[in-house]
Design a binder for this molecule. Structure first.
Ligand code: ZN
Ligand code: ZN
Length: 476
């Protein structure tokens, strides 16, 4: 039965905790890098127990093959396989003009296509649902695999030929039907065991087909459709195309459908890997639809916090954030906001005010104007002595001025200059105040006073030339 995430009832589970038995999706799991030699590998920890979880297996994640048929047809639609199919069809057409040598060379082309299809099958069975690239490995190396497949047909043909005289044509034909039905099972065994001897053992391949069950019949049905599709298509369009173009098209369609058939067999291995006894590791599983899992620290903390919140353990969530961010302050705005809301919900005022310093600084850096101004006002209402960072004060002062809250803006700049007298932003805050007094409050004499004091007190600051200029402009 398909397993779903404990916290997301519609998301298939990827991991299972051996301690608490819970299932988790990638959004809920905690991902960490392994140390030492294995530092490029990830471990996946239970967000509740912090113990290593085991992968549920690919069968739980992927959809059954009969619901994703359109995707099988688009599988070869990628530059490299398309180029291979096209080249093989064109060269095949040219070779068919040559007599016996052409025929022999066509067998080589046929072998290349089968080698590539076989590589596609293997990649798919490993969990990689993208077509393999064209490399020596995928089209020429280890050509034995192709010979082993040919051997399957030779063996079937040989048994058939020897049955005709000894047991009669009816028995021989029945054998042929029986054998052809099991060819996909034999090919699957060839991939998973790499042993021809093992693959052609009737006990082994019939058992495999039965273990897959109904899915095997369905796959066989689709394989027959795929196998006969080029011929059906060919008959239909033969009338409209000149002979050569038709041959080219027919060759192309045959190659295209061969790759799809092998991909389908690979997918069946993937889907039934548990029944077949084939190991598929999480690290090898690759599907474009599945997003890469980030192993960023704040995401991990956030995942665990979300779970604690869903379980109603708000105090635990608060202590957890506090502990994990003790040495490294929070830099993730989502995590920071979650922490703030938790403290608000639990009415933990002193901790909340303390965290607001961090949160306001993050909001100021992100230029989240209204949120920052609102929160600042809220903090002041709770405690008149509340002081955020100098940067946040400077930004908020500017935003208050923009929104017409002039007096509050001046008050904010004043708090900055008083609380952080040595801060590099102080001269700028004075300059801004002077501007407000002149432009907004129509009080040029106050503006002049501030500017003169500023020039006297911070003669080296970068804003001084600007301040002098402004003072001259005021006309004294
Ligand atoms: Zn657990
Ligand atoms: Zn989840």
């Amino acid at each position: 039965m398909k397993k779903f995430c404990e916290y997301h009832s519609t998301k298939p589970a990827y991991w299972n905790c051996p301690k608490c038995g819970s299932y988790f999706c990638p959004d809920c799991i905690v991902t960490r890098r392994k140390g030492g030699v294995l530092k490029n590998e990830n471990i996946h920890l239970c967000p509740k127990c912090n113990v290593e979880t085991s992968w549920v297996g690919v069968a739980n994640i992927i959809e059954p093959f009969w619901t994703r048929l359109p995707k099988f047809f688009t599988y070869p639609l990628s530059l490299q396989p398309l180029a291979l199919i096209t080249i093989l069809s064109i060269v095949g057409l040219i070779l068919s003009k040559l007599s016996i040598i052409g025929f022999l060379l066509k067998i080589v082309l046929w072998g290349i296509l089968f080698k590539y299809s076989f590589s596609a099958l293997k990649a798919t069975a490993h969990g990689d649902l993208t077509p393999p690239g064209i490399t020596s490995e995928t089209i020429s190396e280890d050509f034995m695999q192709v010979f082993k497949q040919i051997a399957i047909y030779i063996i079937i043909g040989f048994v058939f030929a020897s049955l005709v005289p000894s047991a009669g044509i009816i028995v021989a034909v029945l054998f042929l039907i029986f054998a052809l039905f099991y060819v996909p099972a034999i090919i699957i065994l060839l991939v998973t065991t790499n042993s021809l001897f093992h693959a052609v053992n009737p006990v082994v391949f019939t058992r495999l087909a039965f273990r897959i069950g109904r899915g095997y019949f369905l796959m066989y049905f689709f394989l027959i459709l795929l196998g006969s599709a080029p011929a059906v298509l060919g008959q239909y369009i033969m009338k409209f195309l000149p002979t050569e173009l038709f041959q080219l098209f027919f060759g192309f369609a045959k190659n295209y459908y061969t790759i799809i058939s092998y991909h389908l067999m690979g997918y069946v291995i993937l889907q039934y890997h548990e029944e077949i006894g084939y190991q598929v590791d999480y690290e090898d599983f690759k599907e474009s639809a599945v997003k890469e899992i980030e192993e960023d620290e704040s995401t991990n903390i956030l995942n665990r916090v979300n779970i604690m919140i869903k379980d109603g353990k708000l105090d635990d969530a608060i202590s957890f954030i506090k502990d994990t961010t003790k040495t490294r302050p929070i830099t993730d705005i989502t995590l920071s906001e979650r922490y703030l809301n938790l403290l608000l919900m639990k009415k933990r005022k002193p901790e909340m005010l303390k965290h607001c310093i961090t949160h306001l600084d993050l909001l100021a850096h992100k230029n989240t104007k209204s949120k920052a101004c609102e929160l600042y006002a809220k903090c002041l209402a709770m405690n008149r002595e509340f002081i955020p960072t100098s940067f946040a004060l400077f930004k908020i002062g500017g935003w208050l001025n923009e929104t017409g809250k002039i007096k509050e803006a001046i008050r904010t700049y004043n708090r900055l200059t008083k609380a952080f007298p040595d801060d590099a932003l102080v001269p700028k805050a004075y300059y801004r105040c002077a501007q407000i007094f002149h432009d907004r409050l129509m009080d040029p004499s106050r503006a002049k006073k501030i500017l003169s004091a500023l020039i006297k007190k911070y003669p080296e600051h970068e804003i001084i030339p600007q301040a002098k200029n402004y003072l001259n402009h005021l006309g004294i």
